[in-house]
Structure formats: structure tokens, C-alpha cells
Ligand binder design. Structure first.
Ligand SMILES: [Zn+2]
Ligand SMILES: [Zn+2]
Ligand SMILES: [Zn+2]
Ligand SMILES: [Zn+2]
Length: 349
């Protein structure tokens, strides 16, 4: 059971102003004054951004909105099946002060913002003794994003190892960049990905434990033995569903301690309902670890995103360095070629 935020008044089913008869909306029960509102997908009421303490600049980022009453299961789908809905947001454009949603298959709202984000990335790039910035700036002067994406791909062909032995492997800068990239990819990123996976596994386990302890299966069984299918019992069931019991399930280690069945039988063996078992918080209305799974996941996702952005940056630098080396090699090659052509010509004359 999610409680209403402290700024939100208790639910009021009023739809019309008692005096004027005008239609009223939102938690404030005021008529539409033209102020920006968002429609709830659960109860079809409309809500002011300001009343919900949501910045109006998030307007375009709302994917599906549920009002505080629907999120708490007072109204909407949660009131009937106990599955409390949450507001879902579209992914925001990576440009920090842009609040538009991303375009399909992109991390940016538009090509313009993709370029300005990457420009910003280039400005932040600092590798000692590395001249990536001017080179990349030069490339970015071309205002064509496809050209930019193609950096290093449709550039110069890589000369064979026979033709240019050690061209890449003997370059200290490139090796340094490669090893940094490996560190991000193999180490840090994999660690966060593993933690995310572990969190998902653990959350699944907590869910299984709660299903075994308080799940619908048990409840329906209890009701079918009483044999009643009356309206009253349905209403009762609905009430039960809203206040569905669940243990908090938080554990500092996030490691599944034992199979769910075993945990449940140990839990039931204890005389009083325990507040903790095998390091797992078993409180039924735990305020201390409120939404622990969501909080942990957000933190890990944030780490992953910042690692991905370093990975992207390093990948770019590797490509640029490779292009520089190739360019140097081909320049040298053409110089040698012209000299070797010139010599026989001189001899002839
Ligand atoms: Zn309002
Ligand atoms: Zn609603
Ligand atoms: Zn944008
Ligand atoms: Zn807890």
C-alpha cells in the first residue's frame, strides 16, 4: 500500500462545484483555468502540473501518467486488482537542459542536439599530449551528422601488418586509450551489469517469497472453501487486494539466502512474525527501506549510463588516433613514392 504524498489531500469524489455547477478537476477541485494539466490514465481526471509539484518542462516526457490517488490504489486499476500503477516517463534527450523525449533509436531529441552533445563531449576530452580536440573539431565543422557517425569507418583503409608492422601496436597513445577502454568495458561496466542482474534476481526471489506467504493463490483457496461468490465477498476481496500484505524484503547483500520455499517455511515456523530472517527485512510496513529496489536500480542505471558515456568517448578517441596513424603512414608512403619516381626521371634527363 502506497500512501499519498503529504502535500496531497485525501481523495474527494466531487466532480462539480457546489455553487456554480462548473466541472472541477485535480486534487485542488478547481475548474479549468487554462493552466497546464495532465490526464490520468487510471481515473480519467485531469491534474495541474503545479498542484502535483511537477515542473511543467516535463510535459513532453510523460509517457503514461497516474495521479496520486491511482498510484495509492484509491482509484483506478489498483483499486480493483491491487496492482498499483506508476507514472512512466519517456527517456529524456541527453542534452542536459533539453526536456524533449528522445527520437526513435536515438539518445537525442534531434540531429541538432546529437551534434551539440557530441561537441560538448569533444570539449571535455583531455588526454595528455593528445591532439584529438582540434582534429575532431575539424571533422565536426562538417554539419552533416552521418559524416560524423562515419568517422573512422569510411576513412582510410587499414594497411596490412606486413605493409605497416606495428602501426597500431607500437603507438603508446593508442595502447593507453585501448587499455582505458578495456578497463571501462571489461571491469567497471561488467561489474555494474552484474549488480543489476543480481538485483533483478533478488527482487524476483522477494516477489516469490511474498507470493508464497500472502499470494492470491492462498487467498482464493480460502475463499473457495467458504463457497461464497456474493457481491459482498468480491468487495471484501478487493479490499484485501488493495492492502495486499508483503514483507519489505530488503537485504544489504542482495544475495538470495536460500530457496523461497525454504525461507517461507522457516518464516512460518517462527512463533511471532519475525522482523528479520537470514538478513532479510521482514517488516510488513517498512518505511525505512521504502522502494529499496527502485532506488538501487536507479543508482545502478545512472552508473551504467555514465560508464557508457566514457566508453563512447574512448571509442571515439581510439578511432581518431587510428585515423591519425593511418594518415601519417599514407603521407609517408606517398612521399617515398614520389621520391622514388623522381630519381629515375632525373637519371633519364
Ligand atoms: Zn490543481
Ligand atoms: Zn487517477
Ligand atoms: Zn534535445
Ligand atoms: Zn525494511
Amino acid at each position: 500500500m502506497v500512501s499519498l504524498p503529504d502535500w496531497c489531500p485525501a481523495y474527494n469524489p466531487q466532480k462539480k462545484d457546489a455553487e456554480t455547477g462548473e466541472e472541477v478537476f485535480c486534487i485542488c477541485k478547481k475548474p479549468d483555468s487554462g493552466e497546464l494539466m495532465v490526464g490520468c490514465d487510471g481515473c480519467d481526471d485531469w491534474f495541474h502540473f503545479s498542484c502535483l509539484k511537477m515542473p511543467t518542462k516535463y510535459n513532453e516526457l510523460v509517457f503514461s501518467f497516474y495521479c496520486p490517488y491511482c498510484q495509492a490504489g484509491v482509484t483506478g486499476p489498483g483499486a480493483t486488482d491491487g496492482n498499483l500503477p506508476k507514472t512512466l516517463w519517456r527517456r529524456k534527450c541527453r542534452v542536459s537542459d533539453c526536456f524533449k523525449p528522445v527520437a526513435e533509436n536515438s539518445k537525442y531529441c534531434s540531429e541538432g542536439h546529437a551534434i551539440s552533445y557530441l561537441r560538448g563531449l569533444v570539449d571535455r576530452v583531455e588526454v595528455p599530449g593528445h591532439e584529438a580536440t582540434p582534429v575532431l573539431r575539424e571533422m565536426l565543422r562538417e554539419p552533416d551528422f552521418d559524416h560524423f557517425k562515419g568517422v573512422g569507418q569510411n576513412g582510410l583503409p587499414t594497411p596490412s601488418e606486413q605493409l605497416a608492422p606495428g602501426l597500431f601496436s607500437n603507438d603508446a597513445q593508442l595502447q593507453e586509450l585501448e587499455s582505458q577502454l578495456q578497463k571501462v568495458r571489461g571491469g567497471a561496466k561488467r561489474r555494474v551489469e552484474t549488480q543489476l542482474e543480481q538485483l533483478a534476481q533478488y527482487s524476483k526471489w522477494v516477489h516469490a517469497v511474498n507470493e508464497l506467504l500472502f499470494g492470491d493463490g492462498n487467498q482464493e483457496h480460502a475463499e473457495s472453501t467458504s463457497g461464497s461468490r456474493s457481491k459482498a465477498s468480491r468487495a471484501q476481496k478487493r479490499k484485501k487486494a488493495v492492502k495486499k500484505k508483503a514483507i519489505c524484503g530488503y537485504s544489504a547483500s542482495l544475495v538470495v539466502p536460500c530457496p523461497a520455499e525454504q525461507f517461507v517455511s522457516e518464516f512460518k515456523e517462527l512463533e511471532d512474525e519475525p522482523t528479520e530472517l537470514r538478513g532479510v527485512c521482514c517488516k510488513l510496513r517498512c518505511t525505512r527501506h521504502l522502494d529499496w529496489a527502485g532506488t538501487q536500480e536507479n543508482g545502478l542505471q545512472f552508473q551504467l549510463e555514465s560508464l557508457e558515456s566514457s566508453e563512447e568517448r574512448l571509442q571515439l578517441l581510439v578511432k581518431i588516433r587510428e585515423d591519425q596513424l593511418k594518415l601519417q603512414f599514407y603521407k609517408k608512403l606517398t612521399q617515398i613514392d614520389t621520391t622514388s619516381i623522381k630519381i629515375p626521371l632525373k637519371n633519364e634527363s
